[in-house]
Write a protein that binds this ligand. Sequence first.
Ligand SMILES: CC(C)(COP(=O)(O)OP(=O)(O)OC[C@H]1O[C@@H](n2cnc3c(N)ncnc32)[C@H](O)[C@@H]1OP(=O)(O)O)[C@@H](O)C(=O)NCCC(=O)NCCS
Length: 195
Amino acid sequence: MNIPHSSSIAKDVVFGLNCVVGENVRIGAGARFGNMCIIESNTVIHEGVNMDHFCVIGEDCIIGARTKVRSHVELRKKTIVGEDCYIDSGVKSSGLNRIGNRVTLRYDAIIARGCDIRDDAYICPQVMTNNLDHNGKEVGGAMIGEKCFIGTNSTIGAGISLAARTVVGSKAMVTKTIESAGVYVGVPAVRIREL
Ligand SMILES: CC(C)(COP(=O)(O)OP(=O)(O)OC[C@H]1O[C@@H](n2cnc3c(N)ncnc32)[C@H](O)[C@@H]1OP(=O)(O)O)[C@@H](O)C(=O)NCCC(=O)NCCS
């Protein structure tokens, strides 16, 4: 495998077949990669990260220590992921996203640009966060507070914040900021009970 001189890879890092590493990449001790992973320029992969096959990690990304990344994950430019996260197969980040520590992103979640997902949040399969309004104008990504649980197939509108520990039921559409934690369901999402 051809590693550019500008990149620094710890000695015990293990790569699968046909991986590609860009310029100025740093990879910490004990990291492991499956087959055909691409790590683009200026990205930092911390110690103990364990990535499966066919992942594309864009430029200027950071993946925190011991985070597990399953197959077919695409994290675009300037996605920052904390420590001890679980990024399931098919997850996509459209870039400029910040994901805290111990966050779980399940199968096929799509995290739109500018999202801030705080520590210990649990994002179920096929959740989508929005960034654009209906005129295609960037409104900003969502802020999902600490320990939030976002149910399967829900959509979190652009620029919306969710208070820490908020629970959103499956198939909800959250259209307004949620300032006090509780259980919210439906389209549009409404509060059905306290926690
Ligand atoms: C929202 C949720 C947490 C509520 O659980 P709960 O507090 O036990 O609520 P209940 O099942 O008692 O339902 C309370 C009411 O909300 C309704 N409701 C529950 N979940 C709903 C949902 N996702 N959308 C719309 N209505 C919902 C119920 O029909 C019930 O209505 P009723 O009072 O008119 O009969 C749960 O239903 C849910 O959606 N969890 C997400 C699960 C998930 O995505 N798991 C992924 C694992 S990978």
